[in-house]
Design a binder for this molecule. Structure first.
Ligand code: ZN
Ligand code: FE
Length: 248
C-alpha cells in the first residue's frame, strides 16, 4: 500500500491510497489533479473518503464518483454524493485496496468532522495539522480540544495525514506560543529545508506532534508562561491559544 499526496488549490493535499492499480482518495476538493494522476498512472478509483463538508474537501466528488463506488462521509453533515454516511465507532472496509479504518468523531472545525484511523495512520482532515490545528467554524474550543486529545491518544508512531500544507506558518506561531522548545526549533529547520526543496511536510507522526505542536502542549510551562495562564486548565490554555492564532 502506497500513499501519495496530490496537491490541489494552493495548499491542499488530496491523499491517494494505492494498491496495484486500485486507488482510494481522501477529501478530493478538486477532481482535475486527481484525474490527471489516475490517468498518468493508469489507476482505477474504487472509493472516496470524506472528513467534513467544506468545499475544498468535497468539490471533486461529483466528477470522480461512479455509481458503483462507495463514498464515505460524516453522517452528521449534509454532503451531496456521500453514499455511506459514517460516524464515530463505525468502520470502513474495502477490498481493493484492502483497507480497514475505524471512524472517529472529531468535531470542532465542523460539527460533524470525522477521522479515519487504521493501518498505523490517521486521515484527520482539518482537525490536527503539522504544528497546528484547524480553525473553529462550527464547534466549540472544548470540542476541538477533546478531538485533538483523542487523536493524540492514538499510538505515538501513528502517521498523520492532514489536508493542508500550513506547516511553516504554524511553526511561526508555535515559536511565539512556546519560545522554549529546542526540539521544535530543530524540527522547524527540517521543515523549512523540505519546503525549500519543494517537498511536502506531511505526513507527520503523533510522537513528533506531541513534542512540537503547541495545541497538544497546553501543559507546557513555556506555553503557559507566554499566555500568563500558569494555573488554568488545559482547556482554558487551548482556548486562549486558538483565539490568539486567529489574530496572529
Ligand atoms: Zn475545512
Ligand atoms: Fe480545508
Amino acid at each position: 500500500m502506497e500513499i501519495i499526496p496530490i496537491p490541489a488549490f494552493t495548499d491542499n493535499y488530496v491523499w491517494l491510497i494505492r494498491s496495484g492499480q486500485k486507488a482510494v482518495v481522501v477529501d478530493p476538493g478538486d477532481a482535475a489533479p486527481v484525474r490527471r494522476y489516475l490517468a498518468r498512472h493508469d489507476l482505477e478509483i474504487t472509493g472516496i473518503l470524506i472528513t467534513h463538508h467544506h468545499g475544498d474537501h468535497i468539490g471533486g466528488i461529483g466528477e470522480l464518483a461512479r455509481p458503483e463506488i462507495p463514498v464515505f462521509g460524516p453522517a452528521d453533515e449534509e454532503i451531496a454524493g456521500v453514499t455511506h454516511p459514517v460516524a464515530g465507532g463505525d468502520s470502513v472496509q474495502m477490498d481493493a485496496p484492502r483497507l480497514f479504518f475505524e471512524v472517529m468523531d472529531v468535531p470542532g472545525h465542523t460539527r460533524g468532522h470525522i477521522a479515519y484511523h487504521g493501518h498505523g495512520l490517521v486521515f484527520c482532515g482539518d482537525t490536527l495539522f503539522n504544528a497546528g490545528c484547524g480553525r473553529i467554524f462550527e464547534g466549540t474550543p472544548q470540542q476541538l480540544h477533546a478531538s485533538l486529545q483523542a487523536l493524540a491518544a492514538l499510538p505515538p508512531e501513528t502517521r498523520v495525514y492532514c489536508t493542508h500544507e500550513y506547516t511553516l506558518a504554524n511553526l511561526r506561531f508555535a515559536e511565539a506560543a512556546e519560545p522554549d522548545n529546542p526540539a521544535r526549533d530543530r524540527f522547524a529547520a527540517e521543515m523549512q529545508a523540505l519546503r525549500d526543496a519543494g517537498e511536502p511536510t506531511l505526513p507527520t507522526d503523533l510522537a513528533t506532534q506531541r513534542a512540537i505542536n503547541p495545541f497538544l502542549r497546553c501543559d507546557s510551562p513555556s506555553v503557559r508562561a507566554t499566555l500568563a495562564l500558569q494555573d488554568a486548565s488545559d482547556e482554558a490554555v487551548f482556548t486562549a491559544l486558538r483565539d490568539w492564532k486567529n489574530r496572529f
